[in-house]
Each structure stands twice: as C-alpha cells, then as structure tokens.
Design a protein around this ligand. Sequence first.
Ligand SMILES: NC(=O)NCCC(=O)O
Ligand SMILES: [Zn+2]
Ligand SMILES: [Zn+2]
Length: 467
Amino acid sequence: MSTVIRGGLVVSPAGAAAADVLVEGERIAAVADPGSALAQAWATAADRTIDATGKYVLPGGIDAHTHMEMPFGGTHSVDTFATGTAAAAWGGTTTIIDFAVQVKGTSLLSTLDKWHAKADGNCAIDYGFHMIVSDVNDESLKEMEACIGAGVNTFKMFMAYPGVFYSTDGEILRAMQRARETGSMVMMHAENGIAIDQLVAQALASGRTDPVHHSLTRPPELEGEATSRAIQLAKVTGAPLYIVHLSASQALAAVAAARDTGQNVYAETCPQYLYLSIEDMAKPDFEGAKYVASPPLREKSHQGDLWRGLRTNDLSVVSTDHCPFCFKDQKELGRGDFSKIPNGIPGVEHRMDLLHQGVVGGELSLSRWVEVASATPARMFGLYPRKGVIAAGSDADIVVYDPTAKQRISAATHHMNVDYSAYEGMEITGQVSTVLSRGEIVIDGGEFHGKAGHGKFLSRDRSQYLI
Ligand SMILES: NC(=O)NCCC(=O)O
Ligand SMILES: [Zn+2]
Ligand SMILES: [Zn+2]
C-alpha cells in the first residue's frame, strides 16, 4: 500500500517546510517538494491520498513514560496496553515506552517476561520498555546486561517510596557504575523519600489527611535535594543521568547547573506540572485525589520556570507519566488518609494537544514542540532515526494535525479507560486529524481504525546522548 500526504507543512526540530510525504508500506519513501516531478508522479500513482492542506505533518509523538496495567498501592493502573495505546494514538502519540516493574525478590528478566505477556499482541502502536530496578543485588546488577541485549537499556530507580521501590544511595551508586560500564542509562525518581515519610507520618498524626497534604508533605526542596544528590552520584560514577517527571524549580536549577558544567544530565517534565497546580489538589469533597501523583503538583510559580527550561533545553523531553486510577473505587482507597491514594494522573491522550497550547501561547516554537515530544525522546531512548523524524527510510509514524480546530477535553469523550479527566473542560486549539503507525491508518476522520496487535515491541539502541 502506498500513501501520499499532500499539501501540509512538515515540521521538524530544524524548522517547517511545505512538502509532500510519500509512504510505501511501513516506511517513508521520500519527502518531496510539492512542485517536483516526484511529488507529481506520486500524486497519481499512490493507492491513497491524504489531504493535509492547512495542517501540520508531524513525526508521531513518543511518550517515553507510561504505566499501563501497573501494580501500585494494592491496585492496578486501569489502562491496559490495548486501551492505553489506542488512547495514545487518538492524541497523536505513535510510540510509548512503558516501565516494567521489578518486584523485590524477583529477577529483571522474569519481570521483562511479565511485561511482554501484558503488552505483546495487544498494542495499537509500537512500544518499548524501561526497567524499574527495585532490588539492587549482585544478580540484578549482572542481569542489566541481559536486559540491554533484550532491547531495554534504561533503568529507573527511586529515591522515594521507602520499603517499596526505594534504593539507598549505595545501591544507586552501584547501579550507576553498571550503567557506566554497560553504556546504559539510569532514570531517577528524585524525591527524598526518607524525609518525606517523616512529614507524612507527622501530618497524619495531627489529622491532616486530605489530598492536598500529599503535596504539602513533599516540598519542592526535597525534590531539589534528591535531584542534586542523584547528580553528584552520577558525577562520581561517570554515568549519564535522566531525571524523570521533574516538577520543581529547585530540581530544575540543579539540572541546569550540572548541564552548565557539561555533565551528562537530562530531564523530562510532564504536562500536569505545566498546567495543573496545588490548587487542584485542594479542591473540596476529596476531588483533589484526582491530582495525586509523585512528585506532587506544585505552586503555580514553578510553571514559568518549567516552560523556560523547555525553551533552554534544560528540560529535553515532555512525557506524561500516564498512570490512571479511577476516582471511584481506586482514588477512594485514600479517603481519610492521603498516603493511601494511588499515585498517578492520566494523560497519554492529551500530551500533544496540551503542548500545542504552548505553541499557541508563545511558550514554545513549532519546532521545539516536535523536538520535545518526538525527536528528542527518539534520540534519547535509542529509536532515532527509525522514529522521531519525517525522512526517507524512517517508519511512517505520521500525524496530520489541524492547528485551528477547537476541542474541549472531557472524560465523557476521551478514550482512556478512566472515569475522570485531570483537564476536564479545558478548551484546546488544535486537534489530530489523521494518525499513521508504520503506514497503517490508526485515526482518521474522528474514527479509530487501529488494531490491537499492530504495535510491535521496539528493541532500543544506545541513547544518542551518551558520550
Ligand atoms: N508518578 C506517579 O505518581 N505514579 C507513577 C509511578 C512513578 O512514576 O513514580
Ligand atoms: Zn516516578
Ligand atoms: Zn512514572
């Protein structure tokens, strides 16, 4: 099957240009000047024509941080790989990288098998895995090499959640040494969990049990402190470091300072930290539980710094940390004790649209939008140039995006398998028109044409950012 996407503005980190995109099978065959003989020939010869007049033609979004079917706090995040990847496609994301979660006492490779069993044959778009290492010992450190051989070369560790995912500084140091030896990368959840646990116990003991206390007991200073500590540990070991879901100005300052010295440190933020705040967590009638995630939503004053960090490349990537728990039944577990609210906010469907509001509002350029949402995650996580770019030879993961369409986010119309939206009622300028995943139409004309099982596992190469 051949397809031509005609008349659109093709956007890349280098700029935007009018071009026709020619797709043959699963790959992009050529990107042609609309007036060229090649474009004219394809206009008549292609099996299918997509009219992109007045629209952007973007490389499919890459969401490098999702949690489908993730066990947490005695329950599971509610999107399956089937529902979550379909929702991602609705919003213009054509690749996810999800986290396989090692349970203490189990091996990394058996964890990987478990995640393959959940995802394989069920995804509508392509997917890869990172590995959460929660049990650092000789065996798991050795197994990191086998994970890399199996296409998983990024290892998330936690300075938060003592007794669950938490690793000591010594354990982190050892894992970073292994990352340095093996050419892989540690991703860090940087919050000082030991100090936070004290603040949580004190809050609960004094009757401060509402959702907003989730944020008040996780102050931004303790994200800044943990981020600085992770950076120093990385420096001592010579390992690269990727800070996940950065939310606080203090943490951003630590990343920026390290990058200024030339250290191999990167960070992502998430739309919830750009658009939502502690005010949402203070909503009455337990509604604040909808916004409980870690790190928590902050005061609005942090948001300007995060947008600036995106412009200056101190923040390189925007991922969602999509981790959906229903308000009814699941968030409910923490009524009367905020520490029992399952942590996570749904968002995989709305990342491209929410970031486009940054373009509309002058916070991000068009090119930077594509860079932080597609090109850089592809490079960062060993998928480039297969993904993240519209170029001959790349996978035909393509989004035709209407920048003038209007839509309103609502749980009544979204496609994620969760009973609320953190962005309920938000007016959005821009909307996905058509989505192709490896040449197959997944979304078109407001309809889903995808298939569970179309999505393939992506064995990832070494990050292009490693030196
Ligand atoms: N972020 C969050 O609250 N839930 C998902 C797990 C994690 O990324 O730490
Ligand atoms: Zn985390
Ligand atoms: Zn996460």
